[in-house]
Design a protein around this ligand. Structure first.
Ligand SMILES: NC(=O)c1ccc[n+]([C@@H]2O[C@H](COP(=O)([O-])OP(=O)(O)OC[C@H]3O[C@@H](n4cnc5c(N)ncnc54)[C@H](O)[C@@H]3O)[C@@H](O)[C@H]2O)c1
Length: 264
């Protein structure tokens, strides 16, 4: 049987860890040719080794880049196009949480950094990938928003603002380029067990992060956190040809938590 992403060229940012890495594993198993982007070169090389151990036939280009630097974004898009001659799917995923603090106390430099990576990085990505997809008259874009892109989250104002903006940008890409065969959606993960979320629980309870994790899980109808592979399966669909009439959506992947009201 033909694999879902067979020979599709997929670019993934933030691919060295967490959700990006999980999607890279999944896409390789589905037959994709990969261009993996991350600012952490060492972790990216490690991720490449692990993907090849699982999918030995995978073609993988790795590029160290900071997504908040537009020249670096243009360069990773150019290098990918130079190697593969097309870009079919773009998982525009790299992002950071920032520090946790109430709005008046928020460190301005960190606030701007969160916006630079989470919003500008996503914008630079679509800005440079869209012309290639438009020329092909085919493309699938998946931006990583968050439940913080559809709800407020106390102590995380810049994160929430940036992720709402990502959700909005996703709609605009859908409206502006639907006639060019480009489909654009966002995902809104809840708490998924990745290094980022582990770091977040460490901020909430430095002495006992596991306790903070278990307490958080109590607010979820499933009483557990999500796993990166559960996100990867959804993204795999959104990056595929099968996703042809779901467009401009922000899809929560959170065990139903964002639909709850009161105690579950
Ligand atoms: N894990 C969750 O529960 C969760 C929930 C909602 C949204 N998200 C979003 O999913 C995305 C991935 O999160 P994660 O949990 O996998 O995080 P993570 O910290 O585990 O991994 C993020 C990866 O992105 C890379 N990265 C960070 N800044 C970068 C930059 N400027 N340029 C290039 N690469 C950069 C890091 O080196 C790392 O490899 C983020 O946008 C995050 O906001 C995650």
């Amino acid at each position: 049987m033909r694999k879902r992403l067979q020979d599709r060229v997929i670019v993934i940012t933030g691919a060295a860890m967490g959700l990006g890495q999980a999607v890279a594993h999944h896409a390789a198993k589905e037959g994709a040719k990969l261009s993996l982007i991350d600012m952490n070169a060492e972790a990216l090389a490690q991720a490449r080794t692990e993907i090849l151990a699982e999918s030995p036939d995978a073609e993988i280009l790795t590029i160290q880049a900071d997504v908040s630097d537009e020249a670096a974004v243009k360069s990773y898009v150019d290098q990918t196009y130079h190697k593969y001659g097309r870009i079919d799917g773009f998982y525009n995923n790299a992002g950071i949480e920032g520090r946790q603090a109430l709005i008046p106390d928020y460190d301005l430099d960190i606030f701007k950094k969160v916006i630079d990576i989470n919003l500008m990085g996503v914008y630079y990505g679509v800005r440079h990938v869209i012309p290639i997809m438009k020329a092909q008259q085919y493309g699938r874009i998946v931006n990583t928003a968050s439940v913080g892109g559809i709800r407020g989250v106390i102590n995380q104002a810049p994160y929430v603002a940036s992720k709402h903006a990502v959700s909005g940008m996703t709609k605009n890409v859908a409206l502006e380029f639907a006639r060019d065969g480009i489909v654009s959606n966002a995902i809104a993960p809840g708490a998924i067990l990745t290094p980022m979320v582990a770091g977040s629980f460490k901020q909430v309870n430095p002495e006992d992060p596991k306790k903070a994790e278990l307490e958080f899980a109590q607010g979820n109808p499933t009483k557990r956190l999500g796993m990166p592979e559960e996100v990867a399966k959804v993204v795999g669909f959104l990056l595929s040809e099968d996703c042809s009439y779901v467009n401009g959506q922000t899809i929560a992947i959170d065990g139903g938590q964002s639909n709850t009201y009161g105690i579950v």
